[in-house]
Design a protein around this ligand. Structure first.
Ligand code: NAP
Ligand code: HSE
Length: 433
């Protein structure tokens, strides 16, 4: 007799795991209509079986024994929402080894070991989907793989970390200090007690490595991403940025010129008129520029129980549909292009510079001459008295410069007697394609 249901093993019953159960329970009829099968959660792996749960009806399914999911031949799909590298990696590889399909929300694991996992899946003819790993509830990975399959993506810009976007939004809207807003975000549960991964840009870098791999069809690694976090962004940077017509965002940038690629995550000035400048609070957005389609933007919640769970369950629906069509293991296209990374001399951008200099005749001329020597011209300049008028603060937006030229200018400025401090230097994006 043909099967009426598909059985899954859920690994993790925290925020996302709970959402997955809720979505499967609440949308069972719709899911069944789309797939032809009912989705049954056979067992749920947790760390602490004694902990009380938000869905008491599922407590009888709890186990702390991974083998009871991995070695159950009835379980065809493993949903991994434990997080972290170990033991999630071993569980996923173990599931694939046994011919089970995998759905995961684990960006850390997919950014670091995605190639190994996808190779094992291909070898075993299994599906591995990970839509929830980037931008939570926004279906961006499927859009890149399927929606853009006929186009060539030239550029992606992403606000892909909700915690830092919350902090930058509050700093901008309230003129508050970074440390003050970080404490508030921790109290509200947006930022973790150890916020390093979010505020230093590592979480966003993992997501950008995944986006660049799928968008450019190139095997990007985490170490290919230049990363700078938001901990050094001051309220003064934000105020001057606004005065010049910009918001500062922790922006992931993935850009391709011909076949050469750059991927970075850094605080970046975005014109107030650009749609990314209005992405506020914990929301995420990914802007994608395709050579044929032009500009597109995807916006929505980047985290949270139900938004993230919708992405996980949509992946599950794809696994079940693929099973019906007999095409499991042939879904996600493996990267097929050679990776060519840009040199710093090939990475072009405008820059925001804020420096403190001696307030003496000819100083501004010396600074502009230094920039001119590197072929960098200025678009906007503000000069303000600083330190009770003993010094001056110069805030500039440059025209396009290569990263190598700008780095050389910054290194030279550090040596100049007339320059007391180079306060900040950020890229400016979003004014071109
Ligand atoms: P969470 O709330 O901390 O839940 C983790 C779950 O995994 C818990 O049920 C925990 O068991 C279980 N677990 C942890 N270590 C385990 C182990 N060694 N063996 C068995 N079970 C273990 O995490 P989450 O927020 O749901 O996140 C899960 C994954 O989704 C992560 O990869 C995360 O990056 C990703 N993600 C989360 C969000 C979000 O909004 N939260 C958004 C996008 C992606 P106990 O319950 O017994 O402690
Ligand atoms: N820490 C992440 C964020 C959670 O702030 O966006 C979602 O991956």
């Amino acid at each position: 007799m043909e099967k009426q249901s598909i059985k899954l093993g859920l690994m993790g019953f925290g925020t996302v795991g709970t959402g997955v159960v809720r979505i499967i329970q609440a949308h069972q009829e719709d899911l069944q209509k789309q797939t032809g099968l009912s989705i049954e959660i056979s067992r749920i792996l947790v760390k602490d079986a004694e902990k009380s749960r938000n869905i008491p009806s599922m407590e009888s399914a709890l186990t702390t024994d991974p083998a009871s999911l991995l070695d159950d031949p009835e379980i065809e799909v493993i949903v991994e929402v434990i997080g972290g590298i170990h033991p999630a990696k071993e569980y996923i590889l173990g599931a694939l080894e046994r011919g089970k399909h995998v759905v995961t929300a684990n960006k850390d694991l997919m950014a670091l070991h995605g190639a190994e996992i996808l190779e094992k899946a291909q070898e075993k003819g299994c599906d591995v989907f990970y839509e929830a790993s980037v931008a939570g509830g926004i279906p961006i990975l499927r859009a890149l793989v399927e929606g853009f399959s006929s186009d060539r993506i030239a550029k992606m810009m992403g606000i892909v970390n909700g915690t830092t976007n919350y902090i930058m939004t509050k700093m901008s809207q309230e003129g508050a200090d970074y440390s003050e807003v970080l404490k508030e975000a921790q109290a509200l549960g947006y930022a973790e007690q150890d916020p390093t991964s979010d505020v230093e840009g590592f979480d966003a870098a993992r997501k950008m490595a995944i986006l660049a791999t799928l968008g450019f069809r190139v095997p990007m690694k985490l170490e290919d991403v230049d990363v700078k976090g938001i901990s050094s962004v001051s309220k003064e940077d934000i105020a001057y940025g606004k005065q010049l017509g910009y918001e500062i965002k922790l922006l992931g940038l993935a850009r391709r010129d011909e076949e050469a690629i750059e991927v970075s995550v850094q605080p970046t000035l975005v014109p107030k008129s650009h749609p990314l400048a209005s992405v506020n609070g914990v929301f995420n957005a990914v802007y994608v520029h395709g050579e044929a389609v032009g500009e597109t933007m995807f916006y929505g919640p980047g985290a949270g129980e139900l938004p993230t769970a919708t992405a996980v369950v949509s992946d599950l629906v794809t696994v079940v549909k693929n099973r019906k069509l007999g095409v499991n293991g042939r879904g996600m296209v493996a990267p097929y292009k050679e990776k060519v990374l840009k040199e710093d001399s090939e990475k072009f951008s405008k820059y925001f510079l804020r420096i403190v200099v001696a307030d003496k005749r000819g100083v501004l001329a010396q600074i502009t001459q230094l920039l001119a020597d590197k072929n960098i011209s200025l678009e906007q300049v503000i000069q303000q008295p600083f330190n009770n008028g003993r010094e001056a603060e110069i805030i500039m937006i440059t025209h396009m410069s290569s990263k190598s030229d700008m780095d050389a200018v910054l290194a030279y400025m550090e040596q100049m007697d007339i320059v007391s401090t180079v306060q900040s230097c950020y890229r400016v994006e979003g004014g071109d394609k």
